[in-house]
Write a protein that binds this ligand. Structure first.
Ligand code: BTN
Length: 323
């Protein structure tokens, strides 16, 4: 497409400026057509300076997720075959669940720049300003409902792989589905399921990642516990590339999960920061203290308590006891 060619020429211009005449000649179009494409790029959020004797120069590229670049980068079998990118939505999980019930194909992604009612685990709110990633994926695995928690673990493995590939952040997983950079939370996953008694109808796998937002804008209670990828690396992270990588890794790990879920559990173990640590686990009806020993084949955390008993916890909040 001519617009992409103009963008490529402007981005690769060594002296900064490229004249309208040169762009027109290179692409075999009129200067008026070049001007129209420049205006369209400005609408996409590119800041372009036009100086009469010199030509055009890109001053800044948009921070918005670019659907065209995303679709070009995502070459997956299932996850991301269809992407809905919304400027604002209450919750991508709720939007994706609605689409799933209406028959959206497996792998459909709903992503948004902003969420007005982002949902976290255990009924909490997920603060969702501009600059981060919020996405939900529709999956239709033919599995029993008790295996659904493994989808969350699979998602966490895929997200950590994508972060490690795209940034210098050595992300890790805190059971069950928190993504950590160092000792602070940088993201989380929320899986919601619709099921028959013995078979999953669909699963919505929701992912929220703090990427480029101003970490100082977080409420004080959250700020000391949370971080962003850009705060960790010291420079802005390209969200389009990161989203494309997450889609690719989800696609890869979802295929692995369907073939052999034990492989996902092994990868999860190699990326986790919970096993082997002293923890406190608060679930709906009890609080346990002990050593996190393992995760079992259903993704439950196995704790060895003070009286040397082993207990498996299916859901809860883990606090790692610092030594
Ligand atoms: C957690 O509590 O750690 C899980 C947070 C999950 C947030 C994501 S953002 C995209 C998707 N849509 C939602 O409403 N929630 C999830």
């Amino acid at each position: 497409m001519k617009r992409d060619d103009i963008l490529r020429l402007l981005l690769s211009a060594k002296t900064g400026y490229v004249s309208g005449a040169r762009l027109a000649q290179k692409l075999n179009i009129s200067r008026a057509a070049v001007w129209k494409h420049i205006k369209a790029l400005e609408l996409e959020g590119y800041e372009i300076e036009a100086v009469p004797s010199k030509g055009y120069r890109i001053m800044s590229i948009p921070d918005a997720i670019n659907l065209r670049d995303l679709e070009a980068a995502v070459k997956t079998k299932v996850v991301g075959r269809k992407v809905h990118l919304l400027p604002e939505v209450e919750s991508t999980n709720s939007a994706a669940a609605g689409m799933a019930s209406a028959g959206a194909p497996e792998g459909t992604i709903v992503a948004a720049e902003v969420q007005t009612g982002g949902k976290g685990r255990l009924g909490r709110t997920w603060i969702s300003p501009k600059g981060n990633l919020y996405l939900s994926v529709v999956l239709r695995p033919k599995i029993a409902p008790n295996k659904a928690p493994l989808i969350t673990l699979m998602g966490a493995v895929a997200v950590v792989s994508a972060i490690r590939k795209q940034t210098a952040v050595h992300a890790r997983i805190k059971w069950p589905n928190d993504i950590f950079a160092g000792e602070r939370k940088v993201g989380g996953l929320l899986t919601e399921m619709s099921a028959e008694p013995d078979q999953v109808r669909h699963i919505v796998l929701g992912i929220g990642l703090n990427v480029n937002m101003d970490a100082a804008s977080l409420p004080p209670a959250v700020a000391s516990l949370a971080t962003t990828l850009s705060a960790e690396t010291g420079s802005p992270v390209n969200r389009t590339s990161l989203l494309a990588e997450i889609a690719s890794e989800l696609d890869r790990w979802y295929q692995t999960f369907l073939k052999n879920d034990a492989e996902v559990l092994r990868a999860w173990e190699s990326m986790n920061m919970t096993i082997g640590r002293q923890v406190t686990v608060s679930s709906a009806n009890e609080t346990l203290q002990g050593t996190a020993e393992a995760i079992d084949h259903e993704g439950r955390l196995v704790i060895r308590t003070g009286d040397n008993a082993l207990k498996a916890v299916a859901a809860g909040d883990v606090t790692i006891v610092k030594k």
